[in-house]
Design a binder for this molecule. Structure first.
Ligand SMILES: C[S@@+](CC[C@H](N)C(=O)[O-])C[C@H]1O[C@@H](n2cnc3c(N)ncnc32)[C@H](O)[C@@H]1O
Length: 284
């Protein structure tokens, strides 16, 4: 009851807090763009968590790209713009950021909230059973020129794509990247660390330590795929999708992109850089 009331008050308290807090920002200019509680999406609601995740990805972007300014960045599944904020320092000196998302409402918000002239947002009219079930079911190329981007990012997006979509849009990454361009894509990656985590999560009687530790168990095939999996609680596979090593090999082989770096995620109950696994690819 009290928890419900506090959560109801959260957007109001947040509005007051954010105004004061933003007036105190001294060293991290880009986080001034973090939206209010009602627009903090992508499975992360808390202001602190947004600021933290922005910092994590700003670091990963810095470590990934060769030129530190003037980058043309494409963010797939931009949601309400978290990676747009992390990308800002890398777009200085004639760079640009383009966010694409299937959710019209979020794109509308982004257009209002991020109005710098080098920021662009595009509503992509294709279906995703979790986010935009009634849109166009055909595959579509992104409205982005060939070999025009230095970096493609996607935070928590391939974790909502079935095998066919994952493959089609992975090839799109290869198409839009310049030579030596990079892609930072998060996954639930079913590797050895995942197998280890299954044991860590259980006590000696085989019981899970907590309900949260039961949540991220990928034991159900996503639409009969051999390499893409979902959880038993998902209403449709696109609510939560994981991929095994063979799946990543298929994506890289078919697209020609090379996997160059792997930052394991802490969803596997082991120390990690972020919650999901971050994989970095390069176009040779
Ligand atoms: C979990 S949210 C992550 C949003 C954002 N990247 C973040 O971390 O805050 C997943 C996003 O992917 C978008 N999405 C799903 N399928 C997509 C597709 N085929 N093309 C572009 N965006 C898609 C959803 O609309 C949603 O905004």
């Amino acid at each position: 009851m009290i928890k419900k009331l506090i959560l109801k008050l959260y957007p109001i308290l947040d509005k007051i807090f954010l105004k004061v807090d933003k007036s105190q920002i001294r060293r991290t200019k880009n986080i001034r763009l973090i939206p209010g509680a009602n627009h903090r999406k992508g499975g992360k609601v808390s202001y602190a968590e947004w600021a933290h995740v922005i910092g994590v990805f700003q670091t990963v972007i810095y470590q990934t790209i060769e030129q530190k300014a003037g980058n043309n960045i494409l963010d797939i599944g931009c949601g309400t713009g978290l990676l747009g904020i992390a990308s800002e320092p890398f777009t200085y000196q004639n760079g640009s950021y383009t966010g694409i998302d299937v959710m019209k409402h979020d794109i509308k918000f982004c257009l209002k909230n991020y109005n710098a002239s080098n920021y662009k947002f595009i509503h992509f009219d294709v279906a995703n059973p979790t986010y935009a079930a009634n849109q166009d079911k055909e595959f579509k190329a992104w409205p982005i020129e060939n070999e025009s981007k230095d970096l493609v990012t996607a935070l928590s997006v391939w974790t909502h794509l079935c095998e066919e979509d994952a493959k089609f849009y992975f090839n799109e990454i290869a198409r839009v990247l310049k030579k030596n361009g990079k892609a930072i894509i998060t996954f639930f990656y079913l590797d050895e660390r995942y197998e280890d985590s299954l044991a860590i999560r259980k006590d000696e009687k085989g019981r899970f330590h907590s309900t949260n530790q039961m949540k991220w168990i990928y034991d159900t095939k996503a639409y009969k795929s051999k390499d893409w999996f979902t959880t038993s609680w998902s209403n449709n596979p696109e609510e939560a999708i994981a991929i095994n090593k063979n799946g990543i090999e298929i994506l890289t082989r078919e697209s020609g992109l090379n996997l160059i770096k792997y930052y394991p995620g802490n969803w596997k109950e082991q120390a990690g850089t972020y919650f999901q696994d971050i994989l970095v690819f390069e176009k040779k």
